[in-house]
Write a protein that binds this ligand. Sequence first.
Ligand code: ADP
Length: 322
Amino acid sequence: MSSQPSSSSAAQQPPRIVVLGSLNMDIVLRVPQAPSAGETLLGRSIAHIPGGKGANQAVSCAREGGRVSMIGCVGNDAHGLALRTALTQDGIDTAALRTDGAEPTGTALILVEDSGQNRIVMIPGANAKVEIDEAALRQQLQGAAFLVAQFETPMHQVARALTVAHDAGCKVLLNPSPVQPIAEPLWPRIDTLVVNEIEAQALCGQAADSPQEAALAGQALRAKGVRRVVVTLGARGAVAVDANGARHHSAPKVQAIDTTAAGDTFLGALAVALGEGQSFDDAVRLGIRAAALCIQRPGAQPSIPQRSAVLQSPMPPDWTAL
Ligand code: ADP
């Protein structure tokens, strides 16, 4: 028997993921319930926690074992420095993270109710100043499994990045959140689209509240040119839609403490698993297990689990074909 490393072990190098997106300092106020108009409410606590969809997804990819670089922009302030440091501590390459001299670091004010429900006000700040350096991006994408993007950075810059990725032969994993219309030529540039039920409905005009509806919405989104779609359904798990049809993967029953970053955690686990060559359904199940751990802990980045913890968590029940 040969002791040479096999080509399959060479292929098991951790996938490289390039994340384009937002970084925010989350100012988290824990409250019994959200105040009504005109009401002054006594809150329980305040905390400053690194967040922002882009950074959360980058951290999730890194904690799942991906080799991650982040493209984004922070302000020249204490929050910006803290966010940069947080990424570095997760081993994320921040060479393409710019510091803008004029705008403050993005901020999200998050009210978390005792029920675990959250309400968020976002100030984009420096996230609005993200600019794509096409030549540098082309180089970064060489050998990368995915370009991951969301819509918390300017749409025209995301569009440019999607085009560069497409031309460079790098797959795009898009989470169009907060949702905005997607220009027609961009649809075929998306390999994998991850949407929640609200985003799915906004993009295809069909309700996606039940797994059956999500399957139909996913097919409608595929008809626009995307290869595969995941519709996440909160406590009901997610629906995976590809050329083979639609499958509903249910989520484990857990106590939700704080759902912040659930979708971002899901996406990171999905991206790395797909980058490792796992099947679409296995990748979705891993995402569901990771997100279930995330919602049992408060905050954005501190609640994102490591791969080792995800693998120790219970397997969700089998999927159901729709
Ligand atoms: P978003 O946070 O982007 O709106 P969802 O609410 O659909 O997305 O959550 C993303 C994923 O997180 C879901 O697909 C599911 O796997 C997991 N999740 C969210 N809420 C719960 C919950 N209450 N119980 C178990 N899993 C959950």
